[in-house]
Design a protein around this ligand. Structure first.
Ligand SMILES: Cc1ncc(COP(=O)(O)O)c(C=O)c1O
Length: 390
């Protein structure tokens, strides 16, 4: 039986929502259906809303700190979700995951140092490296049998070039790939061999769909824990990205200390008071909601697969194994990226993320956000078809 109604349409307009209120600014057209930026159209778990309301009702909003109970919530969550034992000392906080890994890049490398990523990948990976004058090295991911794979030979060749940091996306955005334990161990072995620190962005980890298991790379051995900094958050999981509450985790004291020093240098002095409430409320009470959400998202993935098979078989669906972003391979249709983009906007009336924004390997793809009601999804699919056919 269902306890949560993910079918309920919630009007998000005029809430300063990036997804809904900034479409015209971003896409240059009005009345587009927004299926782009990665948040969901669902209400967060009741317990999260209640914790925020309760705190908001206390009328004094002065400085706050993170109490032991917040650390305990994080430690319990990691233990229960991933059988991952972390100490309180291994945890620190950042507003967002992007600000977390960007700070880590600043802390753990110097201008000119090489930072490796696997492409295509979430756009801020490129920005965090380039904007800070580090050298960007790329290793391409391959598509085999409708799923992403790592080209380990290429990956190792890149690591040999005196790489300092590997910025890893696990699970992968936009490909939705949950990396297997074998893949993770192989990555770990190579990073240990070439003395490379792993910055592992695991923001989508909690959103593994039924039958997939996420392993935090740092949890796989003590050696890997010592070369890894993990970035996680309740933000994607419980749809609270606007609250800005994220975690930086590393059992390597020195690495974590360097990151904390950099945070102080750039003036970050801790989370805002609502972020503190959200971490505990989500991790302590959000699991039943999350379990139902994942069932709902799984149905959406199947709906997307069925739709394209029947209506537009030229499009290959790279079905996500985690999260709510579907990577659609439109290459067989032969449209240029410009054409794909303009068709989506002009013919489909859709705000969708064009694949090329994720770097090499994203050409000819689009990313569809299915974190919406089934009704919106159906409408979106209709519009995608309209956009892509003549
Ligand atoms: C892989 C990845 N990392 C980080 C973020 C954003 O994190 P934050 O909003 O906490 O900076 C996203 C959002 O889509 C993401 O997909």
């Amino acid at each position: 039986m269902s306890n949560y109604n993910f079918d309920k349409e919630i009007n998000r307009k005029n809430t300063s929502s990036l997804k809904w209120d900034f479409v015209e600014e971003r896409y240059g057209a009005k009345d587009l259906l927004p299926m782009w930026v990665a948040d969901m159209d669902f209400a967060s778990p009741d317990e999260v809303v209640e914790a925020l309301v309760k705190r908001a009702q206390h009328p004094v909003y002065g400085y706050t700190g993170t109490t032991d109970s917040v650390y305990q919530s994080v430690m319990n969550w990691m233990k229960n979700q991933y059988d991952w034992n972390i100490s309180k000392e291994a945890i620190t906080f950042s507003a967002g995951v992007v600000s977390g890994f960007t700070t880590a890049i600043l802390a753990l490398s110097e201008p000119g140092d090489k930072v490796l990523i696997q492409t295509p990948v979430y756009t801020p990976f490129f920005d965090a490296i380039r904007n800070n004058n580090r050298e960007l090295l790329q290793s391409p991911l391959r598509y085999v049998d409708g799923t992403m794979q790592i080209d380990f030979e290429h990956f190792e060749e890149q690591l040999k070039q005196d790489v300092k940091l590997f910025l890893f996306c696990s699970p992968h955005n936009p490909g939705g790939k949950v990396w297997s334990k074998e893949d993770l161990l192989k990555i770990g072995e190579l990073c240990l061999k070439y003395n490379v620190v792993i910055l592992s962005d695991e923001i989508h980890a909690d959103l593994c769909l039924p039958n997939y298991t996420h392993y935090p790379i740092a949890s796989l051995s003590n050696e890997l824990a010592q070369i890894t900094v993990t970035f996680m958050a309740p933000s994607k999981t419980f749809n609270v990205a606007g609250i800005q509450a994220s975690l930086i985790i590393s059992e390597n004291e020195e690495l974590l200390q360097q990151i904390q020093t950099k945070q102080y240098q750039i003036g970050f002095h801790g989370l805002n008071l609502f972020a503190i409430e959200v971490i505990s409320a989500s991790y302590d009470h959000g699991k039943p909601w999350l379990e139902e959400l994942l069932q709902y998202l799984q149905q959406h993935v199947e709906t997307v697969q069925t739709f394209f098979k029947a209506e537009l078989p030229e499009v290959t669906v790279i079905a996500p194994e985690a999260s709510y972003l579907v990577w659609l391979d439109c290459r067989a249709l032969g449209y240029s990226d410009e054409e794909l983009k303009s068709r989506m906007i002009e013919k489909g009336k859709m705000a969708i993320s064009p694949g090329m924004m994720y770097g090499p390997g994203g050409e000819g793809f689009i990313r569809l956000n299915i974190g919406c009601t089934t009704e919106t999804l159906q409408e979106g699919l209709k519009r995608v078809k309209q956009a892509l056919t003549n």
